[in-house]
Design a binder for this molecule. Structure first.
Ligand SMILES: NC(=O)c1ccc[n+]([C@@H]2O[C@H](COP(=O)([O-])OP(=O)(O)OC[C@H]3O[C@@H](n4cnc5c(N)ncnc54)[C@H](OP(=O)(O)O)[C@@H]3O)[C@@H](O)[C@H]2O)c1
Length: 302
């Protein structure tokens, strides 16, 4: 998914449909959901899409759709379960995938993710092979994994590529992770993704970094550029090759999120290199000539 920001549909319950319609009408071009009734109403995302197609002239290819396979550990017990837990894992995934296509009223997905690694690496690889197959068959454009904070798992997913002789066959296209101050912005995984051209999607982008949102430099940039502190953080994320998810329920915040792409915060994009670079660049102030000026540590970091 190449959108600069993705609309997230978790926890919206019966409001999902109206909010997705509003998000797309306000400029979001990508939607994230999951076949996980506990937190997402994927079916209502589908209803929203139908309204957008029928009443607002959108076509399927105008909107990037991403959903997830959620392992049993992340699901509520039946009857809401989108697969029979007694069947083998590949069957569970194909059943969940088929439910997602039906819910989302589509024949293909732009992006399909494992909601998390499985309880063992062997099972994670087994699940990954199913996603690789779906991509090969053209049913999914991109595949990826969420809640994966160990680079070794990402390496393992892509391992064996040379032996199989098909370049890109096992490639990870997308990682969707918690990006926040509590995990030092997930720097190892983020860096791995940037270096390999994997799209890094962030959640908790605003709520997870209160010290960034209230940092004097954020507030200074916000005042100087007349944008909101949330827009500053989204912009800084985008400047580091991150695609933030926004699950806002407010139209005003939808416009803010979509508008970030057009904001020219610092002129040239600065390349991030390591955790210190991320921290420094996230918390910067501007020189009079508009250049970024790192101000060093933040949030008690030494
Ligand atoms: N893979 C996973 O396990 C996982 C886990 C969590 C989330 N996600 C995905 O990520 C999406 C986003 O979730 P999130 O946890 O990052 O939080 P979020 O739903 O984006 O919202 C976090 C808070 O930020 C506020 N907010 C959003 N945009 C704002 C703006 N422009 N200005 C000011 N406040 C703003 C929201 O309030 P308002 O509603 O008032 O704007 C809300 O209180 C989810 O919907 C889901 O798709 C995935």
């Amino acid at each position: 998914m190449n959108a600069k920001i993705i609309y997230g549909t978790a926890w919206k319950k019966e409001r999902t449909s109206g909010l997705v319609i509003s998000a797309v009408l306000n400029g979001f071009k990508a939607i994230d959901t999951a076949c996980q009734p506990k937190h997402y109403r994927e079916d209502l995302v589908g209803e929203a899409l139908q309204v957008l197609y029928d009443k607002h002239g959108f076509k399927r290819e105008d909107i990037l759709l991403q959903t997830k396979f959620t392992p049993l550990s992340g699901q509520l017990p039946t009857p809401t379960l989108p697969y029979d837990p007694s069947t083998p894992l590949p069957t569970q995934i194909l059943s969940s995938f088929s439910t997602s296509l039906s819910n989302l009223k589509t024949t293909y997905l732009d992006s399909y993710l494992l909601h998390s690694p499985m309880r063992s690496l062997a099972l994670t690889l087994q699940a990954w092979n199913v996603l690789v197959g779906l991509r090969e068959e053209g049913k999914v454009r991109k595949i990826g994994i969420s809640n994966c904070y160990d680079v070794r798992i990402l390496e393992a997913l892509e391992e064996g590529e040379e032996e199989e002789g098909v370049r890109g066959k096992r490639k990870v296209d997308v990682v969707q992770n918690r990006w926040y101050e509590g995990n030092e912005w997930d720097v190892d995984v983020w860096k791995y993704c940037v270096e390999r051209g994997i799209q890094y999607q962030s959640f908790w982008t605003l709520s997870g970094s209160p010290s960034l949102l209230s940092h004097p430099s954020t507030l200074h940039i916000s005042r100087t550029k007349q944008i909101t502190p949330s827009q500053v953080i989204y912009k800084l994320a985008q400047m580091h090759g991150i695609t933030p998810l926004s699950g806002t329920t407010k139209e005003e915040h939808m416009k803010d999120g979509v508008g970030v792409e057009r904001i020219d915060l610092f002129g040239d994009v600065v390349e991030g290199e390591d955790v210190e670079a991320v921290a420094r660049e996230l918390v910067t102030s501007m020189d009079e000539d508009g250049k970024m000026r790192p101000i060093g540590n933040m949030g008690g970091r030494s």
